[in-house]
Write a protein that binds this ligand. Structure first.
Ligand SMILES: [Zn+2]
Length: 287
């Protein structure tokens, strides 16, 4: 019995070693490029019934992932110029509706500095999609490898007219006009970023033609599913679709895929624009 106990102990120790070796030491920080709001939630989710109407103030989520093979940023927020003079940079209608509160210290380069990094040390910038609150500062990272779905690159430079090619649309040419010669990893679907299963890019189209999300397995084994705009906020999980979609069918398929992943892996979805969730769980590391 004694001997069996010892063997079991050794096996247990080996299992713990094996499970921690299976995941690289990825850790994730959730931050925001200032806030949007307050405004009526039905401005974003018109399907919501009047009795569920409320004023919301929401984050503009950005993520920093530290991995032994390199530093990753997932989305770069609103362009730095938005905090200086919004209406000189975005269409005035976007400034009036979204009411961005971004200060200089909220911008991704300063957020990296706050965490002890500099922007030029970022190896990979993953951009969920090419809307103004997600791709705003990619030009701060000219040396990084930029990861987008290939379809999204097409759309970034020539968006569908109904999705806002012209002012006051959600695509801002000045965000990307000097980024054409950047080094792009052009994806067609899911991708294991470091080849070790710790950072998986997930294709989640619908909000835009080539939207992508991310799944990170932290060193402790926790699964962090970062939806970005595949799911804006809780009401979308409750069945009320977002009011801005390239394809409602693809959007619905992506929401369902992420929900299934959440339930199977027994974790939660971290959403791009949920004020309550960010208040409870943002501005902190997940290790
Ligand atoms: Zn967004």
């Amino acid at each position: 019995m004694k001997r069996t106990g010892m063997v079991a102990g050794i096996l247990g120790a080996l299992c713990i070693a094996a499970s921690s070796a299976a995941f690289a030491q990825a850790k994730v920080y959730w931050t925001t490029s200032g806030m949007f709001g307050p405004f009526d939630i039905r401005g974003l989710i018109p399907a919501l019934p009047a009795d569920k109407s409320r004023q919301i103030t929401i984050p503009v989520s950005m993520w920093v992932i530290e991995h032994p093979k390199g530093l990753v940023v997932f989305d770069t927020g609103n362009n730095v110029a938005v905090g200086e003079d919004c209406k000189a940079y975005w269409a005035p209608g976007n400034c009036d509706f979204l009411k961005p509160s971004q200060k200089r210290e909220d911008v991704i380069d300063m957020q990296l500095k706050k965490l002890g990094y500099s922007a030029d040390k970022v190896k990979v910038v993953v951009t969920s999609h090419s809307h103004l609150d997600h791709i705003g500062n990619i030009e701060m990272f000219p040396k990084a490898i930029h990861v987008l779905q290939k379809k999204e690159l097409y759309q970034a430079w020539w968006p569908e007219k109904f999705q806002g090619r012209t002012s006051p649309g959600s695509f801002v040419m000045a965000d990307i006009d000097n980024a054409r010669e950047f080094n792009y990893l052009e994806l067609n679907g899911d991708y294991d970023l470091f080849g070790d299963g710790s950072v998986i890019i997930l294709s989640t189209p619908g909000h835009t033609i080539g939207h992508q999300s991310m799944k990170v397995k932290t060193a402790s084994g926790q699964t962090i599913i970062i939806t970005q705009d595949a799911v804006w906020m809780q009401e979308n999980l409750d069945g009320y679709p977002a009011g801005l979609n390239y394809s409602v069918k693809d959007y619905t398929d992506s929401v369902n895929r992420l929900k299934m992943m959440r339930d199977i892996e027994n974790t939660e979805l971290f959403m791009a624009h949920d004020g309550d969730q960010f208040k409870a769980k943002g501005a902190r590391w997940y290790k």
